[in-house]
Design a protein around this ligand. Structure first.
Ligand code: CMC
Length: 428
């Protein structure tokens, strides 16, 4: 392959270097485009054809359905690793030794207490507030309780900030849940593992001894691993964009939470269950919903279907589908919504509309079924996704800041009015 790409604009030819990634992804490096052409830009709404950065964290091949963190396949990590190890891997680049993992865990625990005054902020929210709004606000509030900005040139400072957010975030997720449920706020138990502690903080009741269910622990650990990073998706790009202005880690993560909330992104897991419930309430007629999804005059989309990058299958969905079946079996739950999900997927996968557009079930199609089985209420689903995605956001923020990347500031093609004289109020 040539290492030069030639672009001709107004009869003049310009040469640009062709970059090849570690997995042979090809990209045209247009960093000098505006300067050499005198202002020409590229137009790419939704960044469908744009690589916004070079990154060494996650590799994804949408055509082949491959997802790897730092070179390790998602299938192997989900099977053999645990969430804390994956957090370490994503952020620091290697799987930790036993000692490194133990130190990391202790450092996170030592920073996990949330200032009591944060409760006053939580108090101000109505019980009906969506947990994602609460979570984004509380994460942003951490900036006020930790006003010293992170010195990104200091490894120790970076490390401390990372441990702080990893320690406090699960507490905030649990608090957002307990607020909604009207339960007293819980604190962690430093004798437990990272995910175990989170589960206890979520589900412990004030009048009962808490007993950990290993099936719940295993399923949640796996789900968190599967959500941990997904290269330059909407929320991660948001974290990088916000962080590129040198806004702090907590502020950048808070922005990522807001981006994740949308139903086209992480909010899809909530939307999927709501859709499956609607289909069930409507008599379980999948075909009607398939037709609605295909109708260009109907805004309805089959939630949990399609992906910007995966055009064959979403490897996370395959793992989650099996895990969902296992969890329901292990917990002895018969959820009719899983039957509807199976039936809907079967019909959609054999329908020409979905086949021709490469629309397959994505990670969110089955994850809600597991969350439901674990007793997590629907509005909390996206907050669970946020907990899983946190290490990815941190790793990407750290990578971006460590490389001192320039501030994100795209251009536009202006299509509004050209210069016109001001119109006096009396003449409008
Ligand atoms: N149902 C019906 N039609 C769809 C769907 C769907 N779920 N998704 C895409 N299409 C159609 C779309 O109408 C378009 O058709 P046409 O070419 O005739 O105009 C074609 O497929 C391409 O869609 P697109 O909107 O251009 O694709 P995109 O890459 O911009 O969007 C997506 C990707 C994930 C936003 C979209 O597939 C979608 O809205 N899916 C439902 C929401 C969802 O499940 N989101 C979770 C994504 S995975 C987890 C995450 O990343 O957070």
């Amino acid at each position: 392959m040539s290492d030069i790409a030639i672009l001709e604009v107004n009869g003049i030819k310009y040469e640009f270097p062709v970059i090849v990634g570690a997995e042979n992804e090809v990209s045209i490096d247009i960093k000098t485009l505006r300067s050499v052409t005198g202002g020409v830009t590229t137009l790419d709404p939704g960044f469908k054809n744009t690589s916004s950065c070079e990154s060494a964290i996650t590799f994804l091949d949408g055509e082949k359905g491959i997802l790897r963190y730092r070179g390790y396949s998602i299938e192997e990590l989900a099977d053999k690793s645990d969430f804390l190890e994956v957090i370490y891997l994503l952020i620091f680049g290697e799987l930790p030794t036993k000692e490194e993992k133990s130190k990391f865990h202790k450092d996170i625990q030592s920073k996990s207490l949330v200032d009591e005054d944060v409760k006053k902020i939580l108090d101000g929210f109505p019980k009906t507030a969506h947990p994602m709004g609460v979570l984004s606000a509380l994460t942003s509030a951490l900036t006020a309780f930790n006003p010293k900005s992170v010195d990104v040139k200091s490894e120790q400072d970076m490390y401390n900030a990372i441990c702080k957010i990893l320690g406090k975030f699960p507490v905030l997720v649990a608090w957002a849940y307990r607020k909604e449920e009207g339960l007293p706020l819980a604190y962690g138990d430093n004798s437990l593992g990272y995910v175990e502690n989170f589960i206890k903080m979520m589900f412990e009741l004030p009048n009962e001894k808490f007993v950990m269910n290993p099936v719940v622990l295993d399923a949640l650990d796996k789900l968190l691993i599967l959500h941990a990073d997904h290269e330059q998706n909407c929320s991660t790009s948001t974290v990088r964009v916000v962080g590129s202005s040198h806004a702090g880690l907590f502020a950048s993560i808070s922005a990522g939470i807001s981006a994740l909330w949308g139903p086209l992104h992480g909010g899809a897991n909530q939307a999927v269950i709501e859709m499956l419930e609607d289909i069930k309430a409507d008599g379980g007629d999948y075909q009607k919903y398939i037709e609605k999804a295909k109708d260009k005059n109907d805004p309805f989309r089959l939630m949990g279907f399609g992906h910007r990058v995966y055009k064959n299958f979403d490897p996370r969905a395959n793992i989650i589908k099996v895990a969902a079946e296992e969890v329901l079996n292990d917990l002895g739950i018969d959820d009719p919504v899983l039957d509807i999900a199976r039936g809907l997927a079967q019909v959609a996968l054999s329908d020409e509309y979905f086949k021709s557009r490469n629309l397959y079930p994505n990670v969110d199609f089955y994850s809600g079924i597991i969350y439901r089985a674990l007793g997590i209420p629907v509005p909390m689903f996206t907050a669970m996704f946020a907990l899983g995605r946190l290490p990815g956001w941190i790793a990407q923020w750290k990578e971006m800041r460590s490389r001192n990347e320039p501030i994100s500031r795209p251009r536009q093609i202006y299509i509004g009015e050209t210069l016109r004289p001001f119109v006096e109020e009396s003449k409008r």
